[in-house]
Design a protein around this ligand. Structure first.
Ligand code: GAP
Length: 483
């Protein structure tokens, strides 16, 4: 049983075991910014590695880049972020709290549904769905809030400001002078670093359309509603891939990538029943998109987007071509034709993905009358893959355990532990998601040169020869599926 009806247990486990901490905690924390601890950094790295392997190593036509976080300010004009990367915000004048206007309405709809007022909820949902398609979005949202007398969630007041657009990009100074023109943005997505390198890659990597460019890296958004742990952060990491295709083949490629990405989530051990795809309705598509869908995960806070797949058409390359004055088209030598490629984008948040892995792995079980908390995750993702213990602190057992620990470290992440009872050590590593624990006991040194391997998921124990430990662990890394 997962027993997760909110994120509280994941937040406490993350802090207690060293997965994720609040940023600058000793100073009271910085809102919506998080640090990864010793276990978290390994988990995140393992997820990133799996993504990278899937997106580059397994494809002979996808290459990687690592573009800088700072980019020329014109990039964000061309991309539309300066003019349009906004959230519609409304302030409660009494509490001085700021909310996203559409979310206030969504919360109100959920309340109506809970109170059995289905018809009213449906009508309001329709109004919300069409908001922005008649006149401006801000006015529509404001009207809905006013007409329905929706009150502020915390203060209960009905004392709102107008709805205003709030740009999500962070701006900072660049260089020693501080004129307005020197301002640069912290990138709000990694994708633009790929678009501006499209020509560099084309000229150097011997790629031909269709081909992809993949990148992982930090992105920054001044999210106003930034709660829910690492689900919505102000500094986060993205893993994006832009696949350049011939116009006309774009929709097939989009469908293919949507299915491939969904399959990847299952391949890293996420339970199928907790995943679904959610296509964006046509009237909700971003201005540049021809088609888009979210891959959603059933988080304890509800079904939410973990990844987006978009058919971005030739919007980005055309915009950068116009703003930079550089040609960004493609010459197909074989067919002797020139065109601007369409782009299929796969974009996943690494932090959101890490949260998904933690939530999906979390189990509470009863063992001999005690509660065991265990993270049943794919062994390839586990921050500590093997625990090595001497049964007790005796030099002859410690010596053998240290030798096994050292040998395994060449290939796996290992934790040596000799403190507390064996049961306590198992529990500690269950909470870290460690799939295999190796114990050296007196039989090992006096009788058989064998150790006990204990499996995290079913707690079964088997004796195996010391020289086979690496082989057994290596085999156990493959083909895991969630129970
Ligand atoms: N280049 C397209 C793009 O950035 P997006 O839907 O805005 O699209 C893609 O973001 C993914 O990045 C999301 O599916 C989500 O996983 C992650 N993401 C976006 N904003 C985030 C935030 N504030 N905190 C954590 N992850 C975020």
């Amino acid at each position: 049983m997962s027993n997760l009806d909110n994120l509280d247990k994941i937040v406490s486990l993350s802090k207690a075991r060293g997965f994720i901490f609040q940023s600058s905690e000793i100073y009271g924390g910085l809102s919506a910014v998080y640090d990864y601890g010793p276990l978290g950094v390994e988990l995140k790295k393992n997820i990133r590695d799996q993504w990278w392997k899937e997106m580059t190593q397994r494809h002979d036509n996808i290459v990687g880049v690592d573009a800088a976080i700072f980019m020329h300010p014109k990039v964000w004009e061309a991309s539309g972020h300066v003019g349009g990367f906004n959230d519609p915000m409304i302030d409660d004048k009494q509490s001085k709290k700021r909310y996203r206007a559409d979310m206030i309405i969504e919360q109100y709809i959920a309340k109506l549904e809970k109170d059995g007022k289905e018809d009213q909820a449906k009508e309001l949902q329709e109004q919300l769905d069409t908001a922005g398609s008649r006149k401006s979005l801000t006015e529509d949202l404001y009207d809905i809030i006013m007409e329905n007398e929706i009150r502020a969630p915390e203060s209960g007041a009905f004392d709102w400001t107008e709805v205003r657009q709030f740009n999500l990009m962070f701006k900072t100074q660049f260089g020693a002078t501080s004129s307005e023109e020197d301002g640069v943005y912290l990138r709000p997505e990694t994708a633009q670093g790929i678009f501006v390198n499209y020509k560099n890659v084309l000229d150097t990597a011997r790629v031909q359309v269709p081909f992809g460019i993949a990148q992982t890296g930090k992105a920054f958004r001044n999210e106003v509603v930034a709660r829910q742990f690492v689900f919505r952060m102000r500094e986060f990491e993205q893993m994006e891939m832009q696949y350049f295709v011939k116009p006309g083949t774009d929709q097939d490629s989009y469908e293919e990538w949507l299915q491939k990405r969904l399959a990847w989530h299952k391949s890293i051990g996420i339970r199928e029943e907790n995943l679904r795809t959610a296509p964006h309705p046509d009237d909700k598509l971003a201005h540049y998109a021809r088609a888009a869908a979210d891959i959603q995960y059933k988080y304890p806070i509800g079904w939410q987007e973990v990844e987006g797949i978009h058919n971005r058409t030739d919007f980005d390359l055309t915009q950068h071509q116009e703003f930079s004055g550089k040609k960004l088209d493609y010459y197909d030598q074989k067919n002797q034709e020139r065109y601007t490629p369409y782009v299929i984008e796969t974009s996943i948040g690494l932090d959101r993905c890490t949260l998904m892995v933690l939530c999906d792995a979390y189990r509470e079980e009863e063992v001999d009358g005690d509660e065991r908390v265990v993270l049943k995750m794919d062994p390839r993702l586990a921050p500590v893959q093997v625990g090595v213990f001497p049964l007790i602190k005796k030099p002859e057992l410690q010596e053998v355990a240290h030798k096994i620990d050292k040998d395994l470290r060449e290939e796996f992440t290992v934790q040596y532990d000799e403190s507390g009872s064996i049961g306590k050590r198992y529990r500690r590593l269950d909470e870290a998601g460690t799939p295999f624990c190796i114990t050296v006991d007196f039989d090992t040194i006096e009788k058989d040169d064998k150790v006990t391997i204990r499996y995290r998921d079913d707690m079964s124990q088997v004796r195996i020869p010391i020289e086979k430990v690496a082989d057994v662990v290596r085999d156990g890394m493959k083909g895991w599926s969630p129970s």
